[in-house]
Design a protein around this ligand. Structure first.
Ligand SMILES: Cc1cc2nc3c(=O)[nH]c(=O)nc-3n(C[C@H](O)[C@H](O)[C@H](O)COP(=O)(O)OP(=O)(O)OC[C@H]3O[C@@H](n4cnc5c(N)ncnc54)[C@H](O)[C@@H]3O)c2cc1C
Length: 499
């Protein structure tokens, strides 16, 4: 057929034209279908990227262990995602134990539990599931050796907190969990079943981040920590979400923090006294003194409430160090509740007042009889006595508190140096947040919310805190791990039944 005939056929609607037209239409149709399919695939991939069986908010101690526990239990069969708002996970762990990270304590449960507040029994199932020994083994398995020091406290053998973070990240990622950083979760909501927006009937959760991304999951584990050292990422978001989902939050207050004696700072307020408030004259005199083997008693509204023996430091915050921290929980709680708090420091706890009096009288007689002191004034001889019973650096501050002390009253003052406690250093520098999500509303054997199925909490966000000595991190590890394992067991069951 000539070109002319071909063109004529097409223009006049000949069979040739129709055939070609049909082919073109078919092609367009196929291309259209293909584009739709590709779009559907892209949408599915995007949806997949933004959904996971389990989402863990917070990549700290509890969150990383939850991820490791969940991913290991699922064995790669489902997606486990950690959303962490900081550039890297485990920022707080990096500053623990002054950078050495006292990550656990090897005391047996009976003793361990005495260091956990306010309801240690809540921790028991988590602890038995992942005890301190198991934690040490777990870290060894993931490439970190440990050493155990005085007081059963365990540290990484390198004395580098970063080794703990690296081992936890290795454990989580090695088991298949993904850790997304720079992901600050702003909002969480339950995804309703059909039209019913009832948390108890939800199919899962929707999590929205500050960068505009959103994720969906079947199980949500909240591990956002407390309020202390907010620069490490813990700013208390978990408490707000828990309240929005119907949970109650027990009153929050700083613990393991400096308590501030009246007049220690150039600040007249009570309660929270910022660490940066300048020291007063007497504060400057006392700051820097580190006292060994002393005893600190706390009186709350006149009643003796706690008594601790050990080391105490006067710092730019106030009274802290091991026994200062130990009493801080009760002190802060009492101050927050409007009670009067007095701390009584015994500088000579190894001797009773009678023996100390005899000893000081003997010293005083020796000083008085010494010919070199014959011409000295009483105050100069008394100063010599002070140098024999107190560290030089403490004398000035001690005398500022006891301006009328003499050799007769000295034993009483040495054994009962009274400080009226006016305030405490707050979340800017406390070690842990006391209070948190009420334990009554969470199942201790799974860490699942009793109010919102599929929702779990672990770590410091719970109403659980502990003394110094590795107890806090172990609490976060144990609860995180159990939450991760429990959530993933439910997922595994539903995956099996849908197969
Ligand atoms: C100075 C210091 C020293 C300490 N030393 C010790 C010690 O030696 N031994 C010990 O046992 N304990 C120690 N602790 C306490 C211990 O670090 C904590 O109790 C523990 O880290 C709590 O773990 P967590 O996972 O619950 O919270 P965190 O470790 O605080 O982790 C919470 C994570 O959630 C992330 N997050 C918060 N909000 C969001 C959000 N909206 N979106 C996404 N991510 C979010 C945070 O960035 C953070 O990474 C110390 C604490 C401090 C402050």
């Amino acid at each position: 057929m000539s070109i002319t005939t071909e063109l004529t056929n097409r223009l006049h609607g000949s069979a040739g034209f129709r055939t070609d037209y049909q082919i073109t239409t078919k092609r367009i149709w196929y291309s259209y279908r293909e584009i739709i399919d590709i779009f559907a695939e892209i949408l599915a991939v995007i949806k997949d990227m933004n959904s996971a069986e389990i989402i863990i908010i917070g990549g700290g101690a509890a969150g990383l262990m939850a991820a490791a526990g969940a991913a290991a239990t699922l064995g790669g069969g489902a997606r486990v995602l950690v959303l962490e708002k900081m550039q890297r996970p485990g920022r707080k762990i990096m500053i623990t134990g002054k950078g050495r990270c006292n990550f656990t304590n090897l005391k047996a449960w009976n003793e361990f539990s005495g260091h956990v507040h306010p309801k240690p029994n809540f921790l028991k199932p988590s602890f038995y599931n992942l005890s301190s020994e198991k934690m040490i083994d777990f870290l060894t398995e993931h490439g970190m050796e440990s050493v155990v020091e005085r007081g059963d406290r365990a540290f990484p053998a390198s004395h580098l907190a970063s080794d703990v973070v690296d081992a936890l990240v290795r454990a989580a990622e090695g088991a298949g969990a993904e850790i997304l950083c720079d992901k600050e979760v702003k909002q969480i909501a339950t995804t309703p079943v059909g039209s019913r927006n009832d948390a108890k009937e939800s199919e899962g959760f929707r999590v929205e981040c500050g960068d505009g991304s959103a994720y969906e999951c079947k199980k949500l584990i909240i591990c956002t920590g407390g309020l202390s050292y907010p620069k490490t990422g813990s700013s208390g978001d978990g408490y707000e979400w828990a309240k929005e989902l119907g949970h109650s939050v027990r009153p929050l207050f700083p613990s393991l923090t400096a308590i501030v004696p009246k007049g220690y700072k150039d600040f007249s307020g009570k309660g929270h006294i910022h660490r940066n408030e300048p020291l007063s004259e007497v504060g400057k005199m006392l700051c820097g003194n580190q006292l060994k083997n002393v005893e600190l008693s706390i009186m709350i509204d006149g009643n003796q409430s706690q008594n601790e023996f050990g080391d105490l430091d006067f710092t730019d915050g106030g009274i802290e160090g091991p026994i200062g921290f130990k009493v801080s929980r009760k002190c802060v709680n009492a101050l927050v509740n409007g009670s009067k708090v007095t701390a009584v420091l015994d500088l000579k706890p190894a001797v009773d007042i009678e023996d100390l009096t005899v000893r000081i009288n003997t010293l005083w007689n020796e000083i008085s009889k010494d010919k070199r002191n014959a011409q000295k004034l009483y105050k100069d001889r008394f100063r010599i006595l002070l140098t024999k019973v107190l560290p030089m650096s403490l004398i000035q501050g001690f005398m500022k508190y006891h301006p009328n002390a003499d050799h007769k009253t000295l034993p009483k003052h040495l054994k009962g140096w009274k400080f009226e406690i006016e305030g405490y250093v707050g979340y800017e520098r406390c070690v842990v947040t006391a209070g948190g999500i009420s334990l009554d509303e969470i199942a201790p054997k799974t860490l699942e919310s009793k109010l919102v199925p599929g929702l779990y909490f672990a770590g410091e966000v719970l109403d659980l805190d502990a003394d110094t000595g590795g107890y806090n991190l172990q609490t976060a590890f144990s609860t995180g791990y159990l939450a991760g394992v429990s959530a993933s067991k439910q997922i595994a069951t539903s995956l099996r039944s849908s197969q």
